[in-house]
Design a protein around this ligand. Sequence first.
Ligand code: ADP
Length: 338
Amino acid sequence: MNVNSHSISLAISALLTVAAGTVAYFFNGHSMPVTVKTAALTLILSYLVSWGVLELMLFRGIRKLLVPADNNDGNSPDQKLGFKNIKEALISYVDLKQLEIDQLKKMATYRQEFLADISHELKTPIFAAQGYVHTLLDGAIEDPQVKMRFLKKAAKSLDGLDILVQDLLTLSRLETGQIKMDVQSFSIYELALEVFEQLEDKSRRKNVKLGFGSGVYKDVMVNADYHRIFQVLRNLVLNGINYTDEDGRVVIDFVPTRDQVTIHIKDNGRGIPPEHLDRIFQRFYRVEKSRTKTTNRGGTGLGLAIVKHILEQHGSQIRVKSTLDKGSDFYFDLPKAE
Ligand code: ADP
C-alpha cells in the first residue's frame, strides 16, 4: 500500500470533517448551511495543516532516504512511498549508520593502537641513547675507552631511530597512496643479484649462504616498480638472514607461468609458529617480542607491513608457508613482461 503526505492528510481531514460536521449539526439546531460551512472549513484547514506537518516533519526526510533507490528506475520517490518501502528504507538507513559507526570505532582503535605502538618503539632507542649520553656527562667521558664505547652505542641507537622513522614515513606514504608505482620491465634475476650483493657482508658475518634455486631463468623479465620490488626482496632476504641461525641458507627461486612469475624467498631458519602467520604482516608485530628489539638487531617491525603494501600496490599479495624449526617460504607473483 502506498502512503504519502496527501493520502494521510486526506484521511485525517476526512475524519475531522465528519467529527466537526456532526458537532456543528447537533449544536446549531440541525442547520444544514452551518454544518456544510463548518465541514468545508475543517476539511480545508485540517488538510493543509496535516499536510504541512507531515510533509515538513516526516516525508521529506523519508523521501531523502529513498532517493538513491528510486532514482535508479526513474520513478519519483513520492509514487513509491509505501509502508514496505518506508520500512526497508529505514532498515537500510540504520544498517548504513551502524556500519559507519563500526568503521569509526575501528579507526579510533587503530589510531590509539598505532600511537601506543609508535611511542613504545621510539622509546627504546631514545632511552638507550639518552642513557649513554648522560653517563658520559656524569663523568664517563674522562675515560677515553669508555667514552668511545658509549658514543658508538649512542650512535647505534640513533641510527636505529633513523631507520624506524624512515620506515614509518614509507609506510604512511604507502598507506595514504602518496607513493605511486613506477612500472617498468626489468630482469628479476638481475635485481635479486643486486639484493644479494648488498646483503653479502651481513650474510657472511652470520655465515648464512645466499643463492638461487633450481627454477631460476635468468632471462625472466617482469613489469613492476624496480626500486620498490628491490625493497621487497631486500626485506625478505634480510629477514631470512636475521631469523636463520648460523650456517643457514637463504634461496631465491622463480616459478614462471604463462603470464606471471612467482618469486620465492626461502630459508631454513627458525620458522614461524602457525598461530602467528596471519599477524606477522601487521606493523610492529613480532613473533618473539623480547629478542628483536630495535636496538638489538636493527629490525623495525615494519618490514613485512611495507612488503605487503608495496605488493598490494602492484595488485599482488605476499604469502607465506612456514614450518617451525625448519624454515619459511615467502612468495608473491609479478606479471611477466614480453
Ligand atoms: P622485524 O623488523 O621484526 O623483522 P618484520 O615485519 O620484517 O619485522 O617481521 C615481523 C616478524 O615476523 C619478525 O619479528 C619475526 O618474528 C617474523 N619473521 C619475519 N620473517 C621471518 C623469517 N624469515 N623467519 C622467521 N620469522 C620471521
